[in-house]
Design a protein. Sequence first.
Lengths: 230, 691
Amino acid sequence: MARITTVLWRTPPPTSVDEELAVYDDGSAWLAVRRSRDGQPTVGSWSAETTDDDRALFAAAGEGPIVVDLLHPADTGQFGAGAERVAAAARDSAIATATFHAGVTGAGAGVSLLVVAAGSRPVRFDLDPSSCSVHVGHDGSTLAWYEVPSVGTGFVTPDAEGLGGVGRVAEVAPGSYGAIALDVPALAAKPDGATEVAIQIAGWLHDALPDHPMPEPFAVRTAAVPFPAS
Amino acid sequence: MAVRATPDSSRSPAAPTVREASPTSDQQVAPSRVPTGGPAAMRQLQRTAGNRAVTSIVGRIQRGTLQRVKVSEATVGETLYNQSGAGGTAAAKHYSIKPQYQMTRSGDSGVTVTVRVKFLNQARNGTDPTAPGAPPGTPALGALMGSPTEIPVTDPDNRRAWCQSIVKEQVKPWNGRLTLVGEEWNATEDNTKKRLPVTFDAVAVFGLAEEADNQVIVHPTTVVAGSPGQPIDAGNYYLNKGGYKADEKVIAAHEYGHLIGIPDEYSQSNEQMNALLHQASPGDAPSSRAALDRKTVERMVLSSLRQPLYDRLGTQMPAVADAIRAKRALVKTRMALAARSGVVAPAVRTELTNQLTAASEPGLAPSIPRAVAFQTTANFSNVTNAGVGVEAGFSAAALTSQIQDMYWKALLGAQNAVVAVKGLGDVSINVQGSVNRTTAAGGAQQATAAGLAASTVGSPGGPATVFGFPLVLPPAGLVGQLMALPTTFATAGSALETGVTPATFTTKMESVLKSAAAAAAAAPLPPGVAPPAKMARSGELYRRAYTLVTNTSREASKQLATDLINTVVQPVLASSVKTLETAIETEVNRVMTTPPAGVAALGPADPNMAALVAAMKARLDANKTASAGGGRDPLGTGKPAPAQDVTYSYQGLMGTHGTMAVRADQFAPIVSQFNDKLTTFFEKDFTAEVK
């Protein structure tokens, strides 16, 4: 299948939104989210069917990529509205997605990163641990953050089956989940007033689009979870 | 972020007209400046206004009298290449800034710049007007509907408090950075040096009729930013922004920069960068444009080669994978030895015990040490488990994916690395899709790039016929280097010897077990997952221990095997990309800096490299020629702003705000206003000093 057009929703850092809609001549449209515009900690691929009218609209816009700066959306008229509509429809049909959560173990001494996969096929990604960080704070504001020390393993299921994700690509089947225990000794001296912890994650999403198996960078931040007082 | 597009309106359409300065009981208007200063003019002023009046003004300033003026600068236009142009280029769009603020001088102790931001409530249309069933007359997605209203004092989301917080946060990156430096003329002694630190302030106002310099709509928590019709933009703030809470402060700080007259510095053309370089550098400093142009051509070449290089390596990976797999027996043997010792380490046994204890009824506790001991010794097959793990890590598919992905990442990393531009700072060079299309199927440079990719990636060698003679060619290029890697596994001090040891195996097992425990403790559990019942029988305990030990040791083996490949392959790929970058740079320098007389001494160029560099230079030159003379705001000055193959983004606060960097030249509008409105007759013009 050939790509008819590409729409990119982007923002500059720090939000760095990266959503890509690829429309194909077989009638499918794939949405790849590598950094969501709504800040949800989910990356991956979704898909929707397009109508003849949609495809005509997209074909008329050309191959693209059509870049939409979300911080200053230009008037893209029917094309822009059509792209938003197809992207919204795609979000109802996950192909391969990974949602990340922060977890706290013990009395707050340990932090873990959890991934849950959804969709119709395994989601493929790997982390860049050197770009990940643990944030402790209060009411959404970071009071301190810590680099993630060397990560010894990728994601692991409760049965100790390795899913990958560090040093090799994780392949997490829909419905499966796994965790990485993060050893952050500095957390023991977390600042006064810290009540929650979140994890900033950076990595690479693979196979997000049918004609683009190569890894592309993704970034998410987990929702904050309560952090027990020391 | 870009400010509001023209010709729609300025960025704050509802902001009230700013009155000119008027003195009040605690405000003093600065004395009007005359065109020329110095002693002669001073005497003229004294004759006109009287010695006492002049002395009084100077004295009040020196004593710290407050002077406050309202600054309403002329609308400033800006052109950004943030639109999609034909063929994957970047196209230009025009925007405008309407700087408005108050500037207060506290004698010789400092200056305060204050922006009043009016926060209001207004709904946006979230219904797609083109969707089936949309009512006739539905406005565009995201259009503000009706008129703005005040945010209630009793707002359930307490938006006013949130606004008070955001105005405090948005000035933080600006404060402590700017000092106005000047001096005052003295007739009988050395001039008085003055240093006035500038404090930036923002004030939230909430009344519809209140004066303000900017207006922002604040949406309640019931509205999710990013949902249809609710895009993040400069005039709309959202309380419900998920993971972007912290980032919003940076965005607000960037917006504050516009309100004090600083335009955007991202999505710039080469011509615009040239103008920015001149703005940022002293007049007699050599321009960095030539260096930036050379780096631009280098990045264009590298970007255009990325896909051909990746594809070429993909075709050669079977030979590379075979060469690595041929040595996996060696890896399995060493892994088995490491596993036998590593699995009985106290750290592993302790972690196993902890997990089994957590999953068992208390009555099983006495049996747990025995189960752990049995499954890590008598019932543990180190050879089998190590073999399974290594085989998984060394499968042809795994090796191909791992190495090809690493190569892609290395190329992307080189492509996206920021460039330190002398006199300005870090800049990203954003090569547009139009450049990459030249080397795709059907592109003008497809054959050239394919040839370069072939010579860079190389081949596994093998039988060949040269001039009718059968030969066996050796592996060459990147492929040759990758195929040679496993031959080092058996040498003393190799990555295999240092990376696969009982200690590293233990560490891996411990990490896997801790992560398994974290997964088991996940709360809440993912949908459809039921928490396991606690084990109560010895058989269950032994089976669970077996599962954990087996899976953990296999995963540890696989991870160590993968780490081994990463350790040996990564430097080779990095070196290959660096060598390619050097080759590109050499050819770019040959074309763009070497005098004709010196070219011959450089030796013959790779014809493919020469052709690709020439093609990319020609594209850049065409871009430059077409946009020459446009300055920073071509669309605002009636100059051509043709689509570009490359754009540039300054990394500082007014660029892509990847860093909080600011520069002295950015404050020129404020300094100019200060010198015009708030200096005394005896003071020379102040300049900006930024730290």
